[in-house]
Design a binder for this molecule. Structure first.
Ligand code: URA
Length: 216
C-alpha cells in the first residue's frame, strides 16, 4: 500500500480492476443504477482498507479440530460519521463490514452570505471520543467541508490519529490543505486527481457525486 509521496495517505492499489470501476463511475454516460453499483464496490474496498489500519492485539483461539490458531482481534470500537448528503452514500458500505456500527452525521453547507462552509447540524455518538472514527465523504476537492467536519470531531474529543477519512477521489490541493491542518489523520482514497476546475470540481473527476448517486 503506497503512502508516498503523502505521509498518512493510503491509496488503494491501482489494479486494473479498480481502474475499471473508476472508468465506469467517471463515465458521464453511466446510468444511475450502474453508478450506484460500482461506486458501492469502491466504497467497500475503501472501508476494508481503512479497517486494515486499525490496531489489533494477538488472540489465540481453538478451532473445531482442537488445534490452536494464533490470530488477532481488533482493539477498540469504531463509528462512522458521514458528511451529509454525499457521505451518506458510504454508510451502507461501512455497515456491510461492521455489523451494528454507530453512525453519526454532520451537515455543512455553503453560507450564502459569506460563501464559506458553515456547520448546520451535528449528531454524533455520545462516546465518540473513545472510538476510532471513519469520516465519510466521497470527494475531497478543496477540503473545506472535510476540515470543518474534522474540527467538529476533534472538539468532541476524538484524537486526530484515530480519524480515518475515507473518500473515492482526492485532489492534490485538497490533500495538501487537509494535511496542513491535520497531519495525523489518515486519508484512505482510491484516486488522486490532477486538480480542480473553476467551479472547484475535481478534474477529471466524475461531476457531482451526490447528484449522480441520489438523483435520477
Ligand atoms: N463534490 C463533488 O461531488 N464533485 C466534485 O468534483 C467536487 C466536490
Amino acid at each position: 500500500m503506497s503512502s508516498e509521496p503523502f505521509n498518512n495517505v493510503y491509496l488503494l492499489p491501482q489494479t486494473n480492476q479498480l481502474i475499471g470501476l473508476y472508468t465506469i463511475i467517471r463515465d458521464k454516460n453511466t446510468t444511475r443504477p450502474n453508478f450506484i453499483f460500482y461506486a458501492d464496490r469502491i466504497i467497500r474496498l475503501l472501508v476494508e482498507e481503512g479497517l486494515n489500519h486499525l490496531p489489533v492485539q494477538d488472540l489465540t483461539i481453538e478451532t473445531d479440530t482442537a488445534e490452536k490458531y494464533e490470530g488477532c482481534s481488533f482493539m477498540g470500537k469504531i463509528c462512522g460519521v458521514s458528511i451529509v448528503r454525499a457521505g451518506e452514500s458510504m454508510e451502507q458500505g461501512l455497515r456491510d463490514c461492521c455489523r451494528s456500527v454507530r453512525i453519526g452525521k454532520i451537515l455543512i453547507q455553503r453560507d450564502e452570505e459569506t460563501a464559506q462552509p458553515k456547520l448546520f447540524y451535528e449528531k454524533l455518538p455520545e462516546d465518540i471520543a473513545n472510538r476510532y472514527v471513519f469520516l465519510l465523504d466521497p470527494m475531497l476537492a478543496t477540503g473545506g467541508s472535510a476540515m470543518m467536519a474534522t474540527d467538529v470531531l476533534i472538539k468532541r474529543g476524538v484524537k486526530p490519529e484515530r480519524i480515518y477519512f475515507l473518500n473515492l477521489i482526492c485532489s492534490k490541493e485538497g490533500i495538501d490543505n487537509y494535511r496542513a491542518q491535520f497531519p495525523d489523520v489518515k486519508i484512505v482514497t482510491g484516486a488522486i486527481d490532477k486538480g480542480l476546475d473553476k467551479n472547484k470540481y475535481l478534474v477529471p473527476g466524475l461531476g457531482d457525486f451526490g447528484d449522480r448517486y441520489y438523483c435520477i
